[in-house]
Design a protein around this ligand. Sequence first.
Ligand code: DQA
Length: 145
Amino acid sequence: MEKRIYILNGPNLNLLGKRQPEIYGHETLADVVAACAKVAGEVPVRDAQSNHEGGLVELIHEAREDGLGIVLNAGAYTHTSVAILDALNTFEGPVMEVHISNVHQRESFRHHSYISARADGIIVGCGTQGYELAVQRILRMTGQG
Ligand code: DQA
């Protein structure tokens, strides 16, 4: 089965480009996915966004089947979700955690991430370019780039 790089986004990231552009920029999620696909080249990407915690858990379960690696911006669930951490712990490939903004310069409740305990790498504060860097890292870690 051909493996895919999963680009998973959590709550409110469907509004990327419209939502607080002073923090998250003007690019849309479709722009981000297109840029990731370009970086991934021959390797297919599977992108999905969910505003629901269980939806993200199910997408991570799907990645167990054919995920080469996971790029995950879990949005606010980053700071609250043991269920997403548990799901990631069932996945064997590389996991890259991405945050568009520098969460460490923001409110203290954004400083802790449950996902970081599982993530192989973390990219924060690089804007939407962080997703491309994460794809690049997965390619490198899996010997494809
Ligand atoms: C975010 C940071 C989170 O704290 C926030 O809840 C988001 C987006 C980021 O990409 O900077 O929804 O993950």
